[in-house]
Design a protein around this ligand. Sequence first.
Ligand code: SF4
Length: 302
Amino acid sequence: MNGYKQHAGPDGLHVFNRTTGINILFNEIRFKKENWNISPKNVSIALTDKCDLKCHFCYAPKSSSELDFEVLKSWILELDANGCLGVGFGGGEPLLYNHFDELIEFVSNHTRLATTITTHGHLFSDDRIDKLTGKINFARFSMDGVGETYEKIRMRKFNNLIKVLEDVSGKIKFGINYVVNRETVNDLDDAYKIALELGAEEFLLLPEIETSRNSGFREKEKDLLKAWVAEKGNEKIRMAISLNSSEGFPVCGISENEIDGSHFYLHIDSKGFLKRASFVSLGVEIAGEGIIKSINRLRENY
Ligand code: SF4
């Protein structure tokens, strides 16, 4: 099937086409474990730690690390050849990666992977939108609260973000990433309404991760969020929540046959370590052995 990719894993055969967005899971087709693809379906990649914002809840390391472009390209080709369906580029701020434009071109021209990016949006311009249109499959923009709430956290004008989303709308499919915490939980209604009006296709809830500097998402906010999700659940935008915070929410989880989540998703940080998620500290250094051998080593050790 031209343009279609296949991933054989614990939940069956997943067929995907990045151009049409068609996703079909044949869960009646079962494979022996030794025949599963080694790559997970999705890999997120922190291209760089660099970011020009200073959000207080950020858990990205504050350093100037970034991935070597030639090495990164070799990992992407390996992933593509071993059943990966999509890569998601983040950071830090991915648009600050030195080879960002070349990378997007490379994935578009040399692989059949779907590409998503996660960005704060303030480095978008008309030229940037033109370069990304038709090359990436989805963009996730951070919008934590609206108006003053947003500006207090991000130290950037909320209206500037809205202008970018207006310019992107109709050209690049996009969604909103919303960190939920004590400051932002009461702005959910307004943010959701704006997302609907601007044509967002996804509203991803990211309950704040606890760090040494932040208390994270607390029970009170969790109760408010559950009530809000119950009220909005049937509306037009696809609603999603980060996997680590999904307990107690009405989600379609990953397959019950999935052993540990690593056939669904893994993360590469900006120092070249492979991990089970961006916010965990343990992982394996990919170094010269390549990504596929590193995936096996991660599964054996962590
Ligand atoms: S924009 Fe993202 S990477 Fe940058 S400081 Fe905020 S949360 Fe961290």
